[in-house]
Ligand binder design. Structure first.
Ligand code: SAM
Length: 251
């Protein structure tokens, strides 16, 4: 929120709000006079002081220039048509308004000899090994890619900037952040269950089989000695962009 510069009393749209984490952070900074709207095509968690709206981009149910700030926290990779979605986002943003995006990815190479995510990689290897006994992993990966069609592309910050410039936004800053994460086996399994690969698995095999596989993965984590808690690193790129001023040219 500091990088974006969310003003007190701002009109803020959290696009693809889901958990509401970005809407809550914006509301905390912009204060009680702010108008924060959390929009998602699916369920949005209730957040005090934040209005929830069902909808999607493109097709945002708002008039032009409704918002001072639009946030898209870990959403870009999920959009099926990011080009049209970004143009629609610019439509609802006032001239000079700001966009704050978080995408999975990194701005530079990992530090040499970085072993911070070794336990997490071991946990993922367990998931792969167990799932491979029940389903075709390549097919699961194909299905997962269809669920988040642009995640791999937008892991590259240059692609994020290109997409923003294509929507006539000016990129103000790009910053990479590394967040250490520590999750018990149960928390790690819960987190994985929300991901595209688990959702693809559930869609293929059904919820009962997916839940049985989850238990098997839990046992495998213990059997192969994956540390509990699992420590890892989340790497995200924070990009801030500014909407053009479209007012009449000065005489
Ligand atoms: C990984 S979740 C991120 C949720 C939340 N922003 C967070 O960071 O916890 C991606 C969200 O994007 C939403 N989404 C997918 N397609 C969308 C679209 N076209 N317009 C708006 N939101 C969309 C999904 O429903 C989902 O809630």
């Amino acid at each position: 929120m500091a990088a974006i510069g969310v003003p007190v009393g701002a009109r803020v749209l959290d696009l693809g709000a889901g958990t509401g984490v970005a809407a809550a952070a914006a509301h905390a900074v912009a204060g009680p006079t702010a108008r924060v709207v959390a929009l998602d095509p699916g369920r949005t968690a209730a957040v005090d002081g934040v209005a929830t709206v069902r909808g999607a981009a493109p097709g945002l149910p708002f008039a032009p220039c409704t918002f001072d700030v639009v946030l898209a926290h870990l959403v870009l990779g999920h959009l099926h048509d990011p080009r049209r979605a970004l143009h629609d986002l610019v439509r609802v943003l006032r001239p000079g308004g700001r966009v704050g995006l978080a995408t999975w990815g990194r701005t530079d190479d990992p530090p040499p000899g970085d072993a911070a995510d070794a336990a997490e990689r071991a946990a993922h290897a367990c998931w792969d090994a167990v799932v491979a006994r029940h389903a075709d992993l390549d097919a699961i990966d194909d299905d997962a890619e269809a669920l988040v069609p642009w995640e791999a592309t937008f892991a590259d910050p240059a692609q994020v900037r290109l997409a923003l410039v294509g929507a006539h936004l000016r990129v103000a800053s790009t910053v990479g952040r590394r967040y250490p994460v520590t999750l018990t086996h149960a928390e790690w399994l819960d987190r994985i269950a929300l991901g595209a690969r688990s959702r693809a698995l559930t869609a293929r095999l059904g919820p009962d089989a997916a839940s049985m596989i989850r238990s098997e993965v839990g046992q495998a984590l213990v059997a192969v000695g994956v540390p509990d808690p699992v420590t890892g690193v989340d790497e995200v790129v924070l990009t801030v962009a500014v909407a053009p001023f479209r007012g009449p040219l000065p005489r």
